[in-house]
Design a binder for this molecule. Structure first.
Ligand code: SF4
Ligand code: SF4
Length: 102
């Protein structure tokens, strides 16, 4: 669900009190990922009213953006499947494996 970037929702956001907070734009589930590098040190999203009111299921929106990490992984998996099905040309490098660590 798209979270409304409203003043009421923004006032409920716990990001500014979070150890992972990485500055603007804040209220990341509605406004997208942080402009700076995120050091993931805990996430308060699941304690937040906006999280429950909007049936959110993800965390670390500061790092992954408003679409959430699952949407990012889904997109990469789709690209990988298309490449494996021969949709890409031989010159196209294989997409990164989202399940591979490191
Ligand atoms: S999205 Fe989660 S991890 Fe990132 S600053 Fe907000 S509460 Fe913290
Ligand atoms: S769910 Fe996370 S990013 Fe969204 S308003 Fe709450 S603390 Fe902020």
């Amino acid at each position: 669900m798209q979270v409304s970037d409203s003043p009421v929702n923004a006032a409920k956001c716990l990001c500014a009190k979070c150890p992972s907070f990485a500055g603007l734009p804040g209220f990341y589930c509605a406004r997208g990922r942080a402009r700076g590098k995120v050091i993931c040190a805990g996430c308060k999203c699941r304690e937040c009213a906006v999280f429950n009111e909007n049936s959110l299921t993800d965390e670390y929106y500061c790092d992954h953006g408003e679409e959430g990490v699952e949407a990012v992984l889904k997109s990469v998996r789709k690209q990988k499947a298309e490449w494996e099905a021969g949709a890409a040309t031989d010159e196209t490098p294989a997409p990164a494996d989202p399940e591979k660590k490191g």
